[in-house]
Design a protein around this ligand. Structure first.
Ligand code: PNS
Length: 163
């Protein structure tokens, strides 16, 4: 069994993330989408909401499941018996941050490999941060996220209006 751990904040899951999940699901027996806490970010969705949304968006991929992850990623690698960590690379600007994380994870755990995959070019500019920004500012965000995610964003925006 070859398992790959795909970690991230996924706040929320975008079409770029889904693109990577679809590619990885063909290469690995199991893809574990690890919804982690990024201590530098203030999330729009709770970890539970993010895990649920990924489950809803990935029904077409039976070998994909989403799990919440607390603490160190390398511990999740061991827990889920993953062969590697998967991260997406959209642009050159992602590289420095990704290199540091990959090397830190390998320093924490000797056999921890990180592999990188690129999304299709039409998803290469899509990020969770920009999706939230355009949504809050009233533009159409639905083309950047899977349908179940678009629905949840609409609900959040509606709740904000009520307050
Ligand atoms: O989608 P993001 O926000 O770029 O994902 C970053 C994430 C969650 C993968 C990263 O912050 C992380 O690995 N958090 C877990 C804590 C950890 O293991 N930190 C040390 C590894 S560099």
């Amino acid at each position: 069994m070859r398992n790959v751990l795909y970690p991230g904040s996924f706040d929320p899951l975008t079409n770029g993330h889904l693109d990577l999940i679809a590619r990885a699901s063909k290469l690995f027996d199991r893809v574990i989408v690890a919804v982690a806490i990024n201590s530098e970010k203030h999330p729009m969705f709770s970890i539970e909401e993010r895990v649920e949304m990924i489950g809803e968006a990935c029904t077409a991929y039976p070998n994909v499941r989403a799990v919440p992850v607390c603490g160190l990623l390398v511990d999740a690698v061991e827990k889920y018996q993953a062969t590697a960590i998967l991260r997406g690379l959209r642009a050159f600007s992602d590289f420095e941050y990704e290199l540091q994380m990959a090397l830190m994870n390998r320093s924490l755990r000797d056999d921890c490999e990180t592999i990188f995959m690129m999304p299709t070019t039409n998803n290469s500019f899509v990020s969770s941060r920009l999706v939230k920004e355009v949504a809050f500012l009233g533009a159409d965000y639905t083309k950047y996220v899977p349908e179940p995610v678009a629905k949840r964003i609409a609900e959040k925006l509606e709740n904000r209006k009520d307050k």
